[in-house]
Design a protein. Structure first.
Length: 500
């Protein structure tokens, strides 16, 4: 669940890249004679988009209003329809409002109606790919992205769409290749953001942090810098550096006071540091600003961990009834831990069957199977989640608990301890359970397991030396040579093996 936080901000960056491809180079009705006036909000959003940067939400809203007005007078402008659709998608992603997605689809389909794909309408196709990704339809996102790449292989905004789609489908090799191609075609914060994601997913933490720092330095706008700082905060938190994460989220919130991902990030850090009242306040603010399903689940678990069961139940119910997209992992974990594990298995098997085979889905399905009483099958999915490279405390904990149930005590001890080494406060509910499980398992024995102990060499028998009457003879081993068995005599109660 927690591992999705970086992916969310990365997806927003990808939608922004599509907006960069689709936004108009000019705002026709504002062009006049003489020195140009200072750019207005809509123009600032357009300028940011063409730089591959993230516009502020007020400027993005102004761009949407501007394009809507323009299109009422110029309904055949396919480029403006594409820009409007991309802007709707970005706004919906950044504020968690799924009502913008149908608006985006109508605008993008209208753009294709005015100028079909066969006549070169790449921007609308890119927009539909980003919209599919925002909805969690990774197969469609991949199809749209690959169409654009085939038609215009040098259009860099196609590659963020493809990277998200490949990651969602668990095609990590293809995602890495797309990221490499993006670096060949473009530079700037969006590229360094993608590099940070790739490094993180492979477990290369130092490289991920360095690339994310580059993204902060290259950010073109305050909104983009805040998003990059939030991503840095996520990376710090995932490796258990709470104080560094707190500073990075704080830097983002100084730039954008109500930045949703940073409010959520700071809330989980404050909870880990035991500053519960502050954490609950930040979760309330985060959910008011950006009500993502994984945030609702995390907040509910914090409430439950401090004994506020009624508030926790209300949030769990909100998650069950909300009009979400990309919520299958959060809903599956909710049912696995706080509802019906069998229903969680059904939900997540269906997600897997749709081809959505990311490490997040693998981990959630494995955990649901374990909670439903199927630990052997669960372990196969848990291994898929942990063996790809991503270092996740939650994934390590899930695998360790599954192994403990299967009485694989060595691997269980290793993975449970690893979860606490990665981040000792990874979950207000599960981190204490991980510590308790490690204590129950205890320290590993100094002795090697029986199957790994070397065999002791047999002592040669001296036939001239009489046997010690005080010591009983040892049983003859079946693997000894017949001559040695005859020299020692038959073992007590055990006939010597037949000589061939």
């Amino acid at each position: 669940m927690k591992t999705q936080n970086v992916s969310r901000t990365v997806l927003a960056a990808g939608v922004g890249a599509v907006l960069a491809a689709a936004a108009l180079l000019y705002v026709p009705e504002l062009v006049g004679q003489g020195p140009p006036p200072p750019p207005g909000a809509a123009e600032r959003a357009t300028i940011a988009a063409h730089a591959g940067a993230q516009a502020s939400l007020p400027d993005l809203a102004a761009l949407i209003t501007d394009r809507e007005k323009w299109l009422r007078a110029h309904p055949d402008d396919d480029a403006s329809w594409a820009a409007l659709g991309a802007a709707y998608t970005e706004r919906g992603t950044r504020i968690g409002d799924v009502r913008d997605y149908p608006r985006a689809e109508r605008a993008l389909r209208r753009s294709l109606a005015e100028r079909p794909a066969g006549r070169g309408n790449v921007d609308a196709q890119l927009g539909l790919g980003a919209l599919a990704g925002a909805r969690g339809d990774w197969k469609s996102a991949k199809e749209w992205g690959e169409r654009v790449r085939k038609a215009a292989p040098g259009r860099w905004p196609a590659y963020p769409v493809l990277i998200d789609a490949y990651n969602g489908l668990g095609e990590y090799g293809a995602a890495r290749k797309a990221a490499e191609r993006l670096e060949e075609l473009h530079a700037g914060a969006v590229v360094r953001t993608r590099a940070a994601q790739t490094y993180r997913d492979r477990g290369w933490r130092e490289d991920a942090d360095a690339a994310a720092l580059d993204a902060v330095a290259l950010a073109e706008t305050g909104a983009e810098k805040a998003a990059s700082l939030a991503r840095l905060g996520d990376l710090s938190w995932e490796r258990g550096d709470a104080e560094e994460a707190l500073a990075r989220y704080g830097g983002a919130l100084r730039l954008v006071r109500d930045h949703g991902p940073s409010l959520a990030g700071r809330a989980r850090v404050l909870a880990g540091l035991g500053r519960t009242e502050e954490a609950l306040r930040d979760w309330q603010a985060a959910l008011a600003r950006l009500p993502l399903p994984e945030y609702v689940l995390e907040a509910g678990e914090l409430y439950e961990s401090v004994g506020l069961a009624g508030e926790a139940r209300a949030l769990y119910e909100r998650l069950r009834k909300g009009p979400w997209v990309r919520a299958e992992v959060a809903l599956g974990l909710l049912d696995a831990d706080h509802g019906n594990p069998v229903a969680a298995v059904t939900r997540l098997r269906a997600e897997w069957a749709r081809g959505h085979r990311s490490v997040g889905v693998a981990d959630a399905l494995g955990w649901a199977l374990y909670r439903a009483g199927q630990p052997k099958e669960a372990l196969e999915y848990a291994k898929r989640a942990t063996d790809e490279g991503l270092r996740s405390a939650l994934f390590a904990y899930h695998r360790g608990e599954i192994e403990r149930t299967l009485e694989q005590h060595g691997p269980a001890r290793r993975h449970l301890a690893e979860a606490l080494r990665i981040n000792p406060h990874f979950s207000p509910l599960l981190a204490p359970k991980a510590a308790e499980a490690v204590a129950v398992l205890g320290e590993p024995s100094d002795e090697l397991p029986l199957e790994l102990r070397p065999e002791k060499p047999e002592k040669a028998t001296d036939p001239a030396k009489p046997a010690d009457p005080e010591k009983p003879e040892k049983p003859a081993r079946e693997a000894e040579a017949p001559a040695a068995a005859a020299a020692e005599g038959p073992s007590s109660g055990t006939p010597a093996p037949d000589t061939p």
